[in-house]
Design a protein around this ligand. Structure first.
Ligand code: FAD
Length: 309
């Protein structure tokens, strides 16, 4: 099928792009086109104007802010491709979850065109980067002719493929906070083939004080209408005498997975049954929690021994 007719604008400056969006309520931003172009071709989207932002200057950065600058983390510009973020050693150092998750996003050819910010605002609950943004408590900065605003990840996702970005806004940048020094992380997903959208994906950030687990947040993709993050700390620190997470004992992580399932809504579709997704949530929750806890202990031991962050 061919796309419905549309006007095409390729602005060279941000103001021109914002004016083009404001002028047509049916306009849409075109970034890497890896989600939008298939939707156009299937006529699942029929914007009246496409505002192609690929000519805009100064939006292809992957910039690391160390703690000395204030909010430590990684700033990803709207025209940075998934491949740029994945290739950034500095981004990997400051927030290793970016590379861990991006390795599961599609294939190299798609990662060479698709933008990380485009993925974040496309708001597909089966995509990796919206969940990563939520798990890390990140944010998106957006501009319109009315000005600029920053939207916390907790307020970005309204429903399936629906963000709270206004139709006349361009997302300029996503901010992914750094991994704290006392934290470890893990990410796992199950897909039918490597590079396919996940049937279920789970990421965890665990914090420790010595060997004691002090916080555990777990993010889920493809099991609800929106990316979902659940705080599982209470389920895991039930034994106040130790507060540790044994790699053999699965009781605590099983309990944590049940707590998470109460917040999730695994559904049937063409690719997997709700029962199978529920099973994946149970298995992957345990795996990522144990792996993130072990990672936190490793990092703390390295830092304690004077190692690099
Ligand atoms: P576009 O397709 O250009 O735009 C997507 C949507 O976001 C549109 O509504 C557009 O208007 C809006 N948008 C984009 N940028 C902005 C902006 N700066 N401001 C405002 N609105 C904006 N993704 C995954 O996460 N995991 C996968 O496993 C995966 N597999 C894929 C497999 C295939 C075969 C394909 C074709 C794609 C796959 N993707 C996957 C999608 C890919 O990651 C896309 O790159 C991403 O979803 C969208 O980024 P984009 O730059 O291509 O956005």
């Amino acid at each position: 099928m061919k796309p419905a007719p549309f006007s095409y604008v390729r602005p060279q400056g941000l103001q021109h792009a914002l004016e083009a969006l404001a002028a047509d309520p049916g306009a849409k931003v075109l970034a890497g086109g890896q989600s939008l172009v298939p939707l156009l071709s299937m006529r699942l989207a029929a914007p009246t104007t496409l505002v192609d932002v690929n000519g805009l200057p100064d939006l292809d950065h992957v910039r690391v802010e160390d703690p000395v600058d204030g909010g430590a983390g990684v700033r990803v510009g709207a025209l940075a491709r998934h491949a740029d973020v994945l290739a950034s050693a500095e981004a990997r150092r400051v927030q290793p979850l970016l590379a861990l998750a991006l390795a599961h996003v599609a294939h190299p050819t798609i990662r060479n065109r698709g933008t990380t910010v485009g993925s974040v605002v496309h708001a597909d609950a089966a995509a990796e980067m919206p969940m990563v943004l939520c798990l890390l408590d990140g944010s998106v900065t957006a501009a319109s002719t009315a000005g600029t605003r920053t939207i916390p990840a907790t307020e970005l996702y309204a429903g399936p493929l629906e963000s709270t970005l206004h139709h006349d806004e361009v997302a300029l940048e996503a901010f992914f906070p750094a991994l704290p020094p006392d934290a470890g992380l893990a990410f796992e997903e199950v897909a039918r083939r490597h590079g396919d959208y996940a049937l279920v994906g789970v990421g965890a950030v665990v914090r420790v004080s010595g060997a004691r687990l002090t916080s555990a947040r777990v993010g889920y993709l493809a099991v609800s209408d929106v990316p979902t993050v659940v705080d599982l700390t209470t389920a895991l620190s039930e034994d106040p005498a130790t507060g540790t997470l044994s790699t053999e004992a699965t009781e605590a992580t099983d309990a944590a997975a049940e707590l998470a399932l109460a917040r999730l809504d695994p559904a049937d579709d063409l690719h997997a049954s709700a029962a199978y997704r529920t099973r994946l949530v149970r298995v992957l929750t345990g795996r990522v929690l144990r792996a993130a806890y072990a990672d936190a202990l490793d990092r703390s031991a390295r830092d304690g021994a004077g190692g690099a962050s």
